[in-house]
Design a protein around this ligand. Structure first.
Ligand code: G6P
Length: 466
């Protein structure tokens, strides 16, 4: 098998490269170990006639990385436009934030078609294509139009929303019909998969039986593959990271004070405003926790050219300033707020230093920070995970303290409970969560998806008329 993995964002696997989003972090070990070729955007654009796509190819472990310059005329409409101002808000059930012009949709389709042409260069007779995330919903259909008959799978890293929300996306019908060119479509949770199938059944009126859609576009299976991490590798990284200068400086600065940590992209789906309000409430309700616990919030800037992201950045910055102004002391800052990215080699140590990991998105496909926080803990004295019930990870990590991120008072109370939790209970919860992480690793995710893709493709071919 010659695996070709496609995603918009890629990672070059450099030791201190800041990781933006869970997708690139998750795919990196898969490509490094399996010898796949990983094709994505170089982050640069190129003018002119793109008959011959320009790709920079370099080795990545046993595999390779091909970074493409995307067409200049369509990049903005594709990335900032349709992908991140129509699909992303819709996938996270924020229909109120959907903004997209018809030109954006055209650009999105153009970039999908461009990527399909570029992939032909990497096609071999035994190729298997695995397309990632909402940037490339129509890529399978474009590949089929170019005559590709090999297995093509798709995995969605975000949630899939209710029918009424996806119907707010311009051209939703055409786009979801295009998805039916995939052999297999993978989702993070049962709910995502059910929402998708409900649209296909009720709006497209295709027959669905046991997760298999029989349509005029072929046969497509939809199934659930919750993404995982490599817990052993992350635990090793965490132990090693304790001597990293950033981690030692952080520990020294704490002076016996407890630490809660949040690590997110600066994105409205992550619930940052509610989280900071919950800490504000906690310090108001429990003055004894002032000085004795602070929050380190890393909020890595992302998609800054989009208005909703700019507005969020200003709102969070103001809120942090207000809360620090109210609760701070001459020698104590309640919230340490950083707008930059860190490599996993540092993050793992920051997680291990913190007694509480706070992962409270309003909606999230999986959220690998939750899993990484757990894997990074010291088994003899583990920290506590406070996790939103609206993150995909909550399905597996039900031994975390689960919260409703819309309930600020409830979150404030849960944070105080987490900070006071006795060692025996911390250990019990941590062990239960580690069991889940060890049974659903990233390697298992990869193997399960590829096996199901190959089976579905063969079954689909067997079902074709002679
Ligand atoms: C989420 C998406 C990924 C994306 C990442 C970072 O995790 O599911 O597809 O790569 O965010 O977003 P960015 O727009 O900065 O690549």
């Amino acid at each position: 098998m010659n695996l070709v993995v496609v995603s918009n964002r890629v990672s070059r696997g450099k030791p201190n490269e800041p990781m933006t989003g869970g997708l690139a972090a998750a795919l990196l070990p898969v490509v490094e170990k399996t010898g796949a070729i990983w094709v994505g955007s170089s982050g640069r654009v190129r003018d002119g006639n793109h008959k011959e796509p320009f790709a920079e190819v370099e080795a990545l472990g046993a595999g390779a990385l091909a970074m493409l310059d995307l067409p200049a005329a369509h990049y903005g409409g594709y990335y900032e436009g349709f992908a991140n101002s129509a699909l992303w808000p819709a996938m996270h059930s924020r229909a109120d934030l959907i903004r997209a012009s018809h030109e954006d949709y055209t650009s999105y389709r153009e970039v999908n078609a461009f990527m399909a042409r570029a992939l032909l260069r990497f096609r071999k007779p035994d190729s298997v294509f695995w397309i990632q995330d909402y940037h490339f919903l129509a890529l399978g259909a474009e590949l089929r139009d170019l005559g590709v008959t090999q297995p093509i799978g798709f995995f969605l890293h975000t949630p899939w929303p209710a029918r009424a929300v996806i119907a707010g996306v311009p051209n939703h019908r055409e786009l979801i019909e295009a998805m039916l060119s995939y052999d297999l479509i993978g989702f993070q949770t049962d709910e995502d998969c059910e929402n998708f199938l409900s649209y296909v059944q009720n709006d497209l009126e295709f027959e669905v039986r046991d997760g298999v859609i029989n349509s005029s576009f072929g046969r497509t299976r939809a199934a659930v593959f919750p993404i995982g991490i490599d817990p052993d590798k992350f635990a090793q990284q965490a132990t090693k990271a304790m001597t990293h200068p950033d981690v030692t400086r952080l520990r020294r600065s704490l002076n016996g004070e407890k630490l809660a940590i949040g690590v997110d992209r600066l994105d409205y789906s992550k619930g940052l405003v509610n989280r900071i309000k919950a800490f504000d409430k906690m310090w108001s309700l429990h003055p004894n926790l002032r000085r004795s616990v602070s929050l380190l919030q890393i909020a890595t800037p992302s998609r800054g050219a989009i208005e909703a992201y700019g507005n969020l950045a200003s709102e969070v910055a103001k809120l942090v300033t207000d809360v620090n102004g109210v609760h701070g002391e001459v020698d104590w800052t309640p919230i340490r707020y950083l707008n930059k990215g860190f490599g996993q080699g540092v993050l793992a140590g920051l997680y291990r230093t913190a007694q509480v990991g706070v992962v409270t998105p309003l909606q999230d496909g999986m959220n690998l920070v939750a899993k990484e926080y757990v894997a990074a803990q010291n088994p003899a004295d583990p920290g506590v995970l406070v996790l939103s019930k609206f993150a995909g990870a909550a399905n597996e990590l039900d031994a975390a303290l689960l919260v409703n991120p819309h309930d600020i008072d409830g979150m404030a109370r849960t944070l105080a409970t987490a900070l006071a939790m006795p060692l025996t209970e911390r250990r019990m919860r941590w062990e239960a969560m580690m069991e889940k992480l060890n049974s659903g690793t990233i390697q298992q995710w990869f193997a399960d998806f590829i096996e199901a893709l190959q089976d579905t493709h063969s079954a689909g071919n067997a079902a074709l008329p002679e």
